[in-house]
Ligand binder design. Structure first.
Ligand SMILES: [Zn+2]
Ligand SMILES: [Zn+2]
Length: 239
């Protein structure tokens, strides 16, 4: 085993995830301070904890991603492809949707399990220690919770074919939604949030309610599972 190359790949991925987090959360925290002045003004110590946990999570996310990236580059592991015509063009957006649906399903059920009292204390209390959460809480997870999140996409690339650019799109959506759903205010127009689309897609006011009431609104991208399982309590009036 070329351990040095694997280690280097894991370190590089950790750095990328950490920088991506700092850039995305930093950008939306900056916007929050402009749009809602003073909104998170007294949360300095909480924000420092959110950043600390998030950077630890970056390493936990970076390690499996780095191993898989190394295996893809050197051994052709995974079903990630680079030629645009390897699959029909209509499959490009379909793959993005399949990844989001699969990731959402994994997140919904692991998240619900982590709200069982015993597991909550061990795995998920760190994330809910943010009251209210801020843009910096996007990756603020206890290491046990971070592990459940870190394995999802690296497992999916072995199962569902995806163009490397579409995988980038999935990661972009994941990053932006992870940050914006925690920043405590709705950046989308009311018309859109209360439209037919808003009934199925999660934005800040949906996840805000999860952080307010705990036992509802468990989803990540979509409201399908929450609606099917009776755990959807609608949008927070405070976001
Ligand atoms: Zn959250
Ligand atoms: Zn939760």
């Amino acid at each position: 085993m070329p351990w040095a190359a694997i280690l280097l790949s894991a370190a590089a991925m950790t750095a990328i995830v950490a920088l991506r987090y700092l850039a995305a959360s930093g950008a939306f925290a900056f916007v929050t301070a402009r749009v809602r002045p003073g909104y998170h003004a007294r949360l300095g110590p909480q924000i420092r904890r959110e950043i600390g946990w998030s950077l630890a999570s970056a390493a936990i996310y970076g390690i499996p991603a780095g191993i898989v990236a190394w295996g893809w580059q050197t051994h052709g592991w995974t079903r990630i492809y680079t030629q645009w015509d390897a699959y029909p063009l209509w499959y490009l957006p379909v793959a993005v949707m399949l990844y989001l649906l699969a990731h959402d399903t994994w997140f919904y059920w692991t998240h619900r399990l982590m709200h069982r009292p015993k597991w909550f204390r061990k795995m998920h209390a760190v994330h809910h220690a943010s009251r209210p959460p801020t843009a910096w809480a996007a990756m603020s997870f206890h290491p046990w919770e971070a592990i459940t999140g870190a394995v999802a996409i690296p497992a999916l690339v072995f199962l569902i074919p995806i163009h490397v650019a579409m995988l980038g799109t999935v990661l972009l959506i994941m990053t932006v939604m992870g940050v914006t759903n925690h920043m405590g205010w709705e950046m989308f127009p009311r018309r859109l949030v209360h439209s037919k689309l808003g009934e199925w897609v999660i934005t800040a006011s949906h996840h805000q309610r999860h952080h307010e009431e705990y036992r509802c609104n468990y989803g990540l991208y979509f409201r399908f599972w929450d609606r099917a399982c009776g755990t959807d309590r609608g949008l927070s009036p405070n976001a």
